[in-house]
Write a new protein. Structure first.
Length: 330
């Protein structure tokens, strides 16, 4: 009886050890495959952006604002046209929100790690493009920096004590040396990315949640504004919000992230919520401009409104709809 018990326990122990070794081997294989794909993303097309986005017509205060985009593929716009990348979308939204020209520069790169933050922040702080200021005094209400980092630190594991202190230092430098208002897009829930299977899926979900929580607390402690990237990608199927690879947002996903960031900026600076929709709905014409947005403008009469609604669209460009692909996020 004793021998049988010993034999049974030994067999069970060997089975458990074998299953554990098999799971560990599968995890290493899945992680290695994901890591190779992540490294290959460095060769993908992305937006390198240094541009001035003009304010809406008849609504420019002759001043300027600065916008710095820092981090990884969740902000730089991978495999999308520059017009649909977050630097352009957020810059246009800011220009309309503030009524001023916005000078935009992005240092974000695909597959960036926390170790890259120091170099990117140096590039932003030394940029003569972003340091230009037309007004006599700098204002934090016109200088914005957005950081997204952490995905690479999960896929390429580093010591847990490195990523968060580097982020905290980057925030402090941007605030102290550049007088930026900083927004942090915390690490997304990588366990929710499509195409992943256990045990890697469970491991990534747990690790990314821990890092996101740490980044959230670090941002709050440094007086920055933390935002959840995963919560921004909602409202439709996850597949349509992510690229075919599943590792970064699609064109629609970038638009929703940009909308979330613009909403947070508007709340932080207490921007007006009234939007001049005549720039987005050209069929109503200039007569539909909000009366309170243009001082001294006369409100359209009822007859003008009826005429504008009944007037047929022409092909000579006067009433032709204006594309508003990226302005929709503002």
């Amino acid at each position: 009886m004793g021998r049988r018990l010993i034999y049974t326990l030994a067999t069970m122990g060997a089975t458990v050890v074998g299953a554990g070794a098999s799971a560990a081997g599968l995890l290493r294989h899945q992680a290695g495959s994901l890591r190779r794909s992540f490294d290959d993303d460095k060769n993908r097309r992305y937006s390198t952006f240094t541009e001035a986005i003009a304010a809406p017509r008849d609504n420019d205060d002759d001043d300027s604002a600065a916008l710095a985009i820092i981090g990884d593929s969740w902000l730089c716009g991978v495999d999308v046209d520059p017009e649909q990348a977050p630097p352009t979308l957020i810059g246009r939204g800011l220009a309309r929100m503030l009524g001023t020209t916005v000078r935009v520069q992005t240092t974000a790169r695909p597959s960036a790690l926390s170790d890259d933050l120091h170099r990117q922040v140096d590039e932003v702080l030394r940029s003569p493009w972003l340091s230009r200021q037309l007004s006599d005094q700098w204002s934090e209400d016109r200088r914005f920096a957005i950081i997204s980092i952490g995905t690479g630190d999960i896929i390429h594991p580093i010591q847990a004590t490195i990523g968060v202190p580097v982020l905290n230092q980057a925030i402090n430098r941007l605030q102290r040396e550049g007088r930026y208002t900083v927004f942090v897009l915390v690490c997304p829930n990588l366990g929710g990315l499509p195409g992943l299977r256990d045990p890697l899926k469970t491991s990534l979900r747990r690790t990314s949640r821990v890092l996101a929580g740490s980044q959230w607390l670090a941002a709050l402690a440094a007086r920055a504004v933390p935002l959840r990237s995963t919560g921004s990608l909602s409202g439709t199927t996850r597949w349509s919000l992510l690229n075919d690879s599943g590792r970064f947002p699609s064109e629609l996903g970038y638009a929703q992230l940009s909308s979330t960031l613009l909403s947070a900026i508007a709340e932080r600076i207490e921007a007006p919520v009234v939007v001049d929709r005549s720039l987005d709905i050209p069929e109503k014409g200039e007569s539909a401009r909000r009366h309170d947005l243009i001082p001294g403008a006369e409100a359209p009469s009822a007859e003008d409104a009826v005429d504008a609604e009944e007037a047929p669209e022409t092909q000579d460009g006067t009433d032709e709809p204006v594309p508003n692909r990226s302005e929709a996020v503002s």
